[in-house]
Design a protein around this ligand. Sequence first.
Ligand code: NZQ
Ligand code: ZN
Length: 385
Amino acid sequence: MLNFDFHNPTRIVFGSESIPRLADLVPGDARVLILYGGSSAEKNGTLDEVRAALGERRVQEFGGIEPNPSYETLMRAVAQIRREKLDFLLAVGGGSVIDGTKFVAAAVNFPADPWEILLGHGQNVDSALPFGSVLTLPATGSEMNSGSVITRRETQAKLAFMSPHVFPQFSILDPTKTYTLPPRQIANGVVDPFVHIVEQYLTYPVGGMAQDRFAEGLLQTLIEIGPQALATPEDADVRANLMWVATLALNGLIGAGVPQDWATHMIGHELTVAHGIDHARTLAIVLPSLLNVQREHKRAKLLQYAARVWQITEGDEKQRIDEAIERTAQFFESLGVNTRLAAYGLGREAIPPLLAQLEAHGMTAIGEQHNIDLAVSRKILEGAL
Ligand code: NZQ
Ligand code: ZN
């Protein structure tokens, strides 16, 4: 196993009717900014519950954080906080709102242009405003991690930063708040954590036995409950499990002490910026092809994945690996998530601009062995046509 340093300070308050707990989770004298997305949190009553729980505190609101949150929008929240001297942030929404809130929290007191936070990958962040979240969309794990992904529309850049200063202080996970999610977002909420787990598991063996078994258990749970989450939207147990699995997929636990890949995410981010494809859908396009192209480097773990996650034990090694990759793609397709570029209206001509974007963002040696250069990325994208 590799050496590691694991610290996750986020408090999770899980279960139905948990939103009133905000009354004791948010300091009584806080000057609060509630940040949210479009209309979903207002329509399904979540915002009203949040407002009620905050009681007599001084509260302002900032709505309109879009999916794949933009620097341009978020800087307006930064200006409001500076102007109104607010000191506590509360994100109400999915990954985009929580990621956006992390950026805002770090940007308010940042001594230079806050875009530098992204260019410095967060290593230049020395402090951030305290914040909590009320999660309405299980998918990204942002509710219990220190990562954030921000898009600058002006320059077509979607970049990530990480900082220990942007762990949420707490996150409220009420599975009943996911009942209003449309099937498209539920499917995204199965695929995104599935790929998060794969990016931390399907690399090369280092003897992380517990990490491997955790990862395999989480993958199998997603395979079991993914179709149920779509078929029976108000099944409380299924939604509770989906929410907790999505959080566990990217809260640092299964990634501690093992190599990590993340190339699928880096290539996927370029597809979102260039073509507006949902984050999870970009992953469903890239992952099967990446596993195929990287099959020699990932051989041992692919065979383990085939046997332990999909119970594939028959055939020679090539056949077992082929079948594991095929089953992965079929799983995504069965959720209504297309795995081919053609299904999104993209052909061969889309590939050179994506490679140029990868190059512009320094993504020329990615993957757990840093061996995915632009030529390999080209192969991966061609394999997904
Ligand atoms: O904007 P509103 O009206 O609220 O609607 C949202 C949005 O349109 C809707 N929604 C959320 N909760 C709902 C709901 N609709 C009905 N009922 C509810 N309860 O869902 C839509 C998508 O929301 P969004 O937050 O964009 O989705 P998701 O949670 O998938 O977040 C995606 C973003 O997270 C980043 C992605 O890159 C992308 O920008 N990621 C963040 C990560 C992290 N911080 O660790 C890791 C991930 O790999 C990912 O990169
Ligand atoms: Zn993701």
